[in-house]
Design a protein around this ligand. Structure first.
Ligand code: PHE
Length: 501
């Protein structure tokens, strides 16, 4: 059984490696994908110095044109606040917007209304309570989420808008794309801001059920109207798993859940076939231009998909869809049958729904073969010019051609957690990441915890991090990297109260 998920993992990495702990460097990453996992990032003890030593927040902050009062929960750095007005998913010819358009193109627009400009600041009710997250859920931690104040945060997923969109009840389905925010690692596949699309499809018992009040026949009729895709799909799962991944009793009949699961799966398979066929075509074109024979064979690999069981607080049963991509199974999306209390609270208790969530950045990285997530935020013409005209004609999609790879510059920083005052302390991995990113911005490519050490006599604990400074746009001089690294060290001392070794 797969671990209970809070969110879909964001790392573009083989699903197998993440599940079976083969790749420690990867699973050292987000602890938030598993409910109940102790905070793997809280590296020692339980006294977090970050909150006590962070500078006092500005009383009011402006986020994408609106003002908010802060309190001691505020933990959002300026670079993240600034990103809130970028709206990359709406920027014509941007890879994130193109990816959104490709996904949208696979859902009939008469049924699925697009909702693409919702403000990123939401309440804890919207982001967590409305979806059934328990009060002690790890996803609520300040170490993982950007708060504006105790009750207000930058949404961590597009599911935050499910309740209000179900309530609006404006169409049988919706596709909702937006920027989302999470505190996390620093590496080439993680950025504090990324994009998701939430999709849902509802059926209404009042108007679509048979004389017994059952929706099965209507859903099966809608399923029969969906096209076939002819791609191999492994799905060894039963329609639901009483006990571990149950249907919702008494509201949902077994036949309804089975029919709705099939409609959901076929709809999402069709969308994924569209995305990966476009990725394959772009790759074939690139290989045809300059490729080797081995690359030609790889580009012709048939598409394969598989369904695995998953767990989300707001759907039951739930699944994830994985795609075989260059020899590895990749998790592409999470989905399931919407928990009935959400529809009840939305004032549409006669409706039954499926919902899914997909990360747009990771799909865009695959589609265009963009290997560094920071590039999405670049305003460099050498990046943006490569996608001109694609929004208007999706067939113009081509792989990204890296314009340059500037040299990496690795620097280590080691520090004592006790800050030299002898009082045992701890820091959260995400706090270290945040401090480094807030000083070095997009010139930091990757940060790894490389060593933890406990002094045998004194018991003092220290951590060592390796930072890779590499600009996407120019070669960094030694003087510049040294200054950045020295500023990073100063800020670690000031913000986290540690002592540099
Ligand atoms: N919100 C989930 C995430 O962030 C994805 C999801 C959406 C899962 C809708 C099920 C239904 O990973």
């Amino acid at each position: 059984m797969a671990a209970a998920a809070v969110y879909l993992p964001r790392v573009i990495a083989p699903a197998v490696a993440r599940r079976s702990s083969i790749a420690p460097a990867l699973i050292a990453a987000p602890c938030r994908s598993s409910i109940g996992t102790p905070s793997a990032h809280c590296l020692a003890g339980n006294l977090c110095r970050f909150s006590s030593t962070a500078p006092s927040p500005p009383p009011v902050v402006e986020i994408d044109g609106r003002s908010y009062s802060t309190d001691t929960w505020f933990n959002t750095p300026t670079n993240v606040l600034a990103a809130a007005s970028r709206r990359l998913h709406l920027q014509e010819d941007h890879p994130i917007a193109i990816t959104r358009q490709i996904i949208e193109s696979r859902f009939p627009s008469a049924e699925f209304r697009s909702v693409n400009s919702l403000h990123p600041v939401v309440t804890t009710f919207q982001n967590f309570d409305s979806l059934g997250f328990p009060p002690d859920h790890p996803g609520r931690a300040r170490s993982d989420t950007y708060y504006v104040n105790k009750d207000t945060l930058l949404r961590t997923h597009t599911s935050a808008h499910e309740l209000e969109t179900f309530r609006a009840n404006a169409s049988p389905g919706f596709l909702l794309s937006a920027d989302v925010y999470r505190r996390d690692e620093v590496d080439r596949t993680h950025y504090p801001v990324f994009h998701q699309m939430e999709g849902a499809r509802v059926w209404d018992r009042r108007t679509q059920a048979d004389e017994k009040g059952d929706l099965t026949a209507t859903i099966l009729r809608d399923l029969a109207a969906l096209p076939e895709h002819g791609v191999a799909v492994e799905d060894p799962n039963p329609p639901f798993h009483d006990g571990t991944n149950p249907r919702q009793v008494p509201q949902h009949a077994a036949s309804e859940v089975e029919a709705m699961g099939r409609h959901l799966k076929r709809s999402l398979e069709l969308m994924v076939v569209e995305v990966f066929s476009r990725a394959k075509k772009a790759k074939q074109l690139a290989v045809a231009a300059v490729g080797t024979e081995a690359e030609t064979v790889a580009a012709d690999e048939p598409l394969r998909m598989r369904w695995v069981e998953a767990f989300f607080p707001f759907t039951s049963p739930s699944w994830e869809l994985e795609v075989l991509y260059e020899g590895d199974w990749l998790e592409v999306l999470g989905c399931g049958i919407t928990k009935q209390p959400i529809l009840d609270a939305a004032g549409v208790p006669s409706q039954m729904a499926w919902a899914f969530g997909i990360g747009l950045d990771r799909i865009a990285m695959l589609l265009f073969k963009i290997t560094d997530i920071r590039l999405f935020w670049s305003t460099d013409e050498r990046f943006l010019s490569q996608f001109r005209g694609v929004s208007a004609d999706l067939d113009k999609l081509r792989l990204f051609v890296p314009f340059s790879k500037y040299p990496a510059c690795y620097k280590d920083v080691s520090f004592w957690l006790d800050g030299g005052d002898g009082v045992a302390g701890t820091v959260h991995n995400n706090d270290v990441m945040e401090v480094i990113r807030s000083v070095a911005g997009d010139t930091v490519e990757d940060v790894q915890l490389t060593d933890t050490f406990t002094h045998p006599k004194t018991g003092r604990q220290s951590l060592c991090y390796r930072i890779n400074y590499r600009s996407l746009e120019k070669t960094l001089t030694n003087a510049v990297t040294n200054r950045l690294h020295s500023d990073v060290k100063d800020m670690l001392v000031r913000r986290l109260g540690v002592e540099i070794r």
